[in-house]
Design a protein around this ligand. Sequence first.
Ligand SMILES: O=C[C@H](O)COP(=O)(O)O
Length: 255
Amino acid sequence: MRKRMIAGNWKMNKTYGEGIVLAQGLADELSGGTGDVDVVVCPPTVDLKGVSEVIAQASAPFALGAQNVYWEESGAYTGETAPDMLEAVGATHCIIGHSERRGYFGETDEDVNKKTRALMAHGIVPISCCGEPLEVREAGTHVAYVVDQIKRDTEGLEVDDPSAYVIAYEPIWAIGTGKTATADDAQEVCGAIRQTLVEVFGAEAADGIRILYGGSAKPGNVAGFLEKQDVDGALVGGASLAADSFAAMVKAAMA
Ligand SMILES: O=C[C@H](O)COP(=O)(O)O
């Protein structure tokens, strides 16, 4: 049985002080616990340490995730962050391959593959994103597009603990647009991702890997996605920027 996961991607929002306030608000909202749901918040890099302290001080029932990582251990890579730097501030998860990083910063499937290996070597859970642009969806080739992405992103990988590797399917046309995929749209692609994971890792591992949906997910629509067989949670952007809406999504996942 896969444990549901609700992950919040703050993207490039919230200064240090604002991040502390949001994390504290979320700790208050979720003080009753999150039941059998894994909750992760992914603030900007400079906010990680502060949010980590809020989690520790408030015994908050959520984990800390980063939004990016570099695969080298250290060295002359200006502006980058190594896996052990994330570990040192308490990050246990890390988003990689988000379409915004792919689109604006040229991140490739090869990069995603290297980042996955680096994170896994440090025991940090990758939340590895995939998803098709609008023109691919309109051409009706979205399933093949995402399956190819998954095959490249996972090439040569070994997954010892399926619960420590997470995929997020985010159709690019649904991100921050208010235009949501239907739950059936999500299931179509998430089902194909699961099938691909069976081919890549075998049935047992594939059955334990969580697949999240992301793209204008909100308190009002998240339950519909979670009803689907191969959708195990949500990667939330805009609705994770307010404690009450994000907490409402966690509570919907607990129901
Ligand atoms: O990482 C999160 C996704 O890009 C979804 O963002 P959104 O919920 O604002 O559409």
